[in-house]
Design a protein around this ligand. Structure first.
Ligand code: DGJ
Length: 696
């Protein structure tokens, strides 16, 4: 398999060609993305393997329709306005006098691998700027809208669509779940009709994630694969539609559910970005391209993924200086680099019933102040991090008692509680100011270098005292959240952020522009985690995906097993280590030391998913360093059957014929590793194996 990065090294160039006045070609020499920007429409012409001449493709749209059909090509719009003349799901549809519109091309330019298309609509009142930027194998599509004269109220505001090459048959992979069972991978053949995944909960949600992978072959091996991801943390939809004329069109953006995007004159509104990756070499390759893009161009840069300790599973809400310090000492002895105090450190927060919203340190729990604990943690050689949930409030809080009108609520209806809390209307100026102000105080008065930002419920009662039309609250919430994170990141550049929402409910490429890492799930049972990590990795950068070694299933899984599961992504520890024996502490330290040696390979290397833990009894995650010198294998096996205590795992992605040596001193030829496999020992229970091979 020729890796795309390698093809690029052989001299292909990422570039945008202007083939004619209206046909543009975005390419990296392996992938071609052709679009046609006409006077009154933009069409997806082709997105697949590199082709240098598009004439025949454009021609191929011409036949096969009768006077009873609509023209096939008109289904392949990339960004359209409801014009009453076509049946596509429109990107844009307005209300009132803006119900029907027509695009009008204004101009275009190409600069620094970005194609900018300028259009107008609604009798020149709406300015539309579409940007297509190419980064290796990933195309990022952005849209911004501005009204010139009067308010335009959009009920549909999708970011656009893309169509697969004509008559592509494909399989769609996506993830679903709920609290404790996020990231379950599903696959379906794309059939005629529309398949929708979405969130209507005001947050990305655990129910679904705005990411899909389409593969030409069911197993996704060595075939055309397309990965489509949306960067948005509110109500989103991703629609995969196969028409009777054979077009597969994927549209994505803000969900039309209860949507209103109001464009007031003078405002510029950006729609969520769409990220498109393609590879002809199969699902691992397209996954690697997405990882690369996220690392290089999207996720804020940091030196390394620090091994963290988080006290949530050990002490719950019962945090105090004494028990945190006891945990911190043990964490430091294991080699942990960042100590994080989770929920429960503020106000009268003894359970999830009170205190949320009152962001002052509990003097009962921390009589010497937070600063004292931080000093102690620092003197143990670790950085300090803390949990917050700024968007929510308990009714039993000073904040709520003082500002009952700061939450979302519908007049005359008792607002709905979830996890004993309400959601704050952060689109309101004073609420946003309050959040920024307490966060600034927290971060400037304390030596904190990590924030875990949680959001433990979905939005209900979508009405606000602040807005003229309550449908606006959904998008305003996201806009305000991004603006708060952006401000804090700019003002406190040394502070890293983790996104969390009752487990993995807010992971998407919108929030990942500001977050260094994400919390995958509150389910820390390693056997479930193997599957969740495998699925999430299909879309998201593995070293941003935090996985703690905890006491979940302690009696079922050895400490080694639990470490190997967590070490294949971003390692954290969440076990109650104050109860650990010296032997367990020593074992944990051994693993943490190994992790520190290999984490750069996980953060920068190429990931491969071997086997499928949902169906195979042996599966593995493999990483190959970019210089091919190191190979890491994290293998997981169910109990052995029929006395077969050895299984072989065939490695992927080793391009040169060479010899590798394991830490046990055993030598393996690269061809053997790929064609026969590396032996993995299994036993009568669940087993996990870690192997680090170095090229000789
Ligand atoms: C949900 C998160 O996923 C947990 O890790 C923890 O931070 C709790 N919230 C705290 O309330």
């Amino acid at each position: 398999m020729l890796l795309i990065s390698k093809a690029l090294r052989y001299g292909y160039m990422t570039r945008i060609d202007c083939c004619s006045d209206n046909i543009f070609h975005l390419t990296n020499g392996v992938m071609s993305y052709y679009l046609m920007a006409d006077e009154d429409n933009i069409y997806s012409i082709y997105w697949g393997k590199y082709i240098s001449d598009i004439t025949s493709v454009v021609k191929s749209f011409e036949p096969e329709w009768s006077s009873f059909d609509y023209e096939e090509i008109s289904e392949r719009t990339e960004f359209d306005i409801f014009d009453g003349r076509r049946y596509t799901r429109p990107s844009i549809k307005g209300e009132g006098k803006y119900r029907i519109g027509k695009l009008k091309r204004v101009g275009y330019d190409i600069e620094n691998n970005t194609l900018t298309l300028r259009y107008s609509a609604y009798r020149d009142n709406l300015e539309i700027v579409l940007k297509y930027s190419i980064y290796d194998s990933v195309i990022k599509r952005d849209v911004s809208l501005a009204s010139k004269r009067d308010e335009i109220r959009l009920t549909n505001s999708l970011s656009g669509a893309v169509s697969l090459p004509r008559k592509t048959d494909g399989y769609l992979s996506y993830v679903n779940g709920r609290w404790l069972s996020e990231w379950q991978e599903n696959k379906t053949k794309i059939n005629i009709g529309t398949f929708i995944i979405e969130s209507r909960k005001g947050v990305t949600s655990a129910s679904s994630n705005p990411s899909v992978l389409i593969s030409e072959k069911e197993d996704g091996e060595e075939c055309d694969c397309w990965s489509i991801m949306l960067g948005y943390s509110g109500n989103w939809e991703l629609d995969v539609e196969k028409t009777t004329l054979g077009t597969t069109r994927i549209s994505a953006g803000i969900n039309s559910f209860d949507n209103l995007l109001s464009l007031r004159p003078g405002d510029v509104t950006s729609l969520p970005s769409i990220y498109l990756a393609y590879s002809p070499y199969g699902k691992d390759s397209v996954m690697q391209e997405m990882h690369n893009f996220q690392r290089k161009h999207l996720i804020p840069k940091r030196k390394m993924c620090r091994v963290l300790y988080n006290s949530w599973e050990a002490t719950g809400f019962d945090v105090n200086e004494e028990n945190q310090l006891e945990l911190a000492k043990k964490a430091a002895s294991i080699g942990t680099e960042l100590f994080v105090v989770d929920d429960g450190w503020f106000s009268n927060r003894d359970s999830d019933k009170s205190g949320l919203g009152d962001w002052f340190v509990s003097t009962r729990k921390f009589p010497k102040g937070l600063g004292h604990l931080i000093q102690e943690v620092k003197s143990l050689g670790m950085d300090f991090g803390i949990w917050v949930e700024p968007e929510s409030v308990n009714p039993d809080s000073i904040l709520y008692r003082t500002h009952p009108d700061w939450i979302y609520s519908i007049e005359g209806v008792e607002p709905r509680l979830a996890r004993n809390q309400y959601v704050l209307d952060i689109g309101k100026r004073e609420v946003k100011r309050y959040i920024l102000s307490f966060m600034r105080t927290l971060l400037s008065e304390n030596d904190i270098s990590f924030i875990k930002w949680d959001f433990n419920r979905a939005i209900t009662d979508p009405d606000s005292f602040a807005n003229t039309d309550s449908r606006e609250i959904w998008h305003k919430h996201v806009e305000s959240l991004y603006s708060i994170w952006k401000t804090l990141r700019e003002e406190f550049p040394h502070v890293e952020f983790e996104t969390c929402s009752g487990g993995g409910g807010r992971v998407d490429l919108g929030i990942m522009q500001y977050a260094n890492q994400f919390w995958l799930s509150d389910n820390t049972d390693p056997y479930s985690r193997i599957r969740m990590q495998y699925s999430a990795m299909q879309f998201y950068n593995p070293s941003s995906m935090m996985s703690w070694v905890t006491d979940a299933g302690k009696d079922l899984y050895s400490l080694d097993y639990r470490f190997i599961v967590s070490m294949c992504v971003g390692l954290g520890i969440g076990a109650n280590i104050s109860k650990y024996s010296d032997k367990e502490i020593a074992k944990a330290k051994e693993w943490v030391d190994i992790y520190k040696d290999i984490r750069d390979i996980i953060a920068e290397g190429k990931a491969y998913r071997i086997g499928n833990p949902y169906i195979d009894d042996v599966s593995a995650i493999e990483y190959v360093s970019n210089d091919n010198k190191d190979i890491l294998i994290f293998a997981f096996a169910d109990k052995y059957l029929y006395g077969n205590s050895i299984s072989y795992i065939k490695l992927k992605g080793i391009s040169n014929e060479s010899v590798y040596m394991g830490i046990d001193g055993k030598e393996y030829s690269s061809l053997n590793l790929m064609h026969i496999g590396i032996p993995i020992k299994r036993d009568s229970g669940l087993s996990s194996t870690f192997v680090h091979l170095k090229r000789q």
